[in-house]
Write a protein that binds this ligand. Structure first.
Ligand code: NAP
Length: 315
């Protein structure tokens, strides 16, 4: 039997792309009587109120969470420990505490010790996003058709997990439950490595002396510009992901380096057959992503000539 996805009062802490999109999705689905929001700066809190994805702005973390039935932490991962310490004494008994952080083992390490008796802490991660950040980046449809991974800790209350699952489904998501460590390994390959490759290739191009910057920009449609979208993602968020998913990222970077060396060797020795076989195999992966409804089949990511394409950088 599915649970009621609604909460009387929801607190959203962090009012950027994810917090904002969540506020809009909650409003669209009429999933709360009241949404209270909190962000560090007064400017962000005021902007969120003006945009209308929260009903009220709290002046402090304590005030934001004190009467909330669901608290969703949507700050950068590196801030979550301090936020948890500040709200510990103010969380309501019976409340569900969750987050949207892009890594899970480190979040459990940092937030777990501050979860009081009677509060259900269920870490989460919506696999949806863009390269934009801040309150103006949010939109109601962000989570539609995208997966949200919940990584419950031992002893998690089943009813709370069922209710949080129903909540994310009502926000448009499909929900999977996973071990935190496995989550971090999976995300290292599908999200963290692609972003790091993009940051690296754009950095390399920026350092080149034999090709001018104006040439890199002028001829970017050759493939480079697709990397620049990922490489324009929020620096704070990606610094925190690297620092907090170190082991899994280093493991995937190691494998990537080995495969890159193998490719280098194929090019050096003119192994056309090997290169052709690899490029054929990777094409099939793209096909599978489209078949699974996780991207569109339109050429060039659905861009019209001369137009910027839809977003999709995902933490
Ligand atoms: P964002 O747009 O940069 O927004 C972050 C928000 O957190 C801002 O409102 C900021 O307030 C607030 N904040 C920062 N430190 C805070 C603190 N100590 N106390 C209270 N508020 C604080 O970031 P985002 O893209 O929404 O990402 C939020 C979280 O979702 C991150 O953990 C990220 O890993 C995860 N995530 C991101 C994506 C993605 O694609 N972007 C996807 C899935 C999950 P100010 O505006 O006042 O600075």
């Amino acid at each position: 039997m599915s649970a009621d996805p609604k909460f009387a009062r929801i607190a959203i802490v962090g009012l950027g792309l994810i917090g904002g999109s969540l506020g809009y999705a909650v409003k669209r689905g009429k999933l709360a009587d009241h949404i209270v929001g909190y962000a560090t700066s007064e400017a962000t809190r005021r902007r969120a109120l003006d945009l209308g994805f929260i009903d009220s702005a709290a002046a402090s973390l304590a005030e934001a969470v004190s009467d909330a039935d669901l608290v969703v932490l949507c700050t950068p991962v590196g801030a979550l420990g301090d936020v948890a310490a500040a709200i510990e004494k103010h969380l309501k008994k019976g409340a569900i505490l969750t987050d949207a952080g892009s890594v899970k083992t480190a979040v459990i390490r940092d937030v777990g010790p501050f979860v009081p008796e009677g509060v259900s802490f269920i870490p989460g991660h919506p696999i949806a996003g863009t390269e934009q950040s801040g309150p103006d980046a949010g939109f109601a449809e962000l989570f539609d058709g995208r997966w949200c991974i919940l990584t419950p800790v031992p002893g998690t209350d089943r009813a709370a997990l069922t209710k949080l699952t129903a909540f994310w489904e009502a926000c448009g998501s499909k929900v999977d439950v996973m071990e935190p460590k496995h989550h971090d390994l999976v995300l290292a390959i599908v999200s963290h490595l692609p972003h790091l490759i993009a940051y690296n290739i754009v950095g390399t191009a920026d350092d080149l002396e034999t090709v001018t910057e104006s040439e890199v920009i002028k001829y970017s449609a050759g493939g480079f510009r697709d990397f620049t979208r990922l490489a324009s993602s929020d620096p704070t968020m990606w610094r925190d992901i690297c620092l907090n998913n170190k082991d899994a990222i280093l493991e995937m970077l190691g494998r990537f380096s080995e495969d890159l060396s193998a490719m280098q060797r194929m090019i050096r020795w003119g192994d056309g057959e090997g290169l052709f076989a690899l490029f054929t195999r990777t094409r099939a992966v793209r096909r599978a992503i489209i078949d699974a409804g996780q991207d569109v089949s339109a050429p060039n990511f659905g861009r019209n000539p001369g137009q910027a394409g839809p977003g999709g950088g995902r933490g």
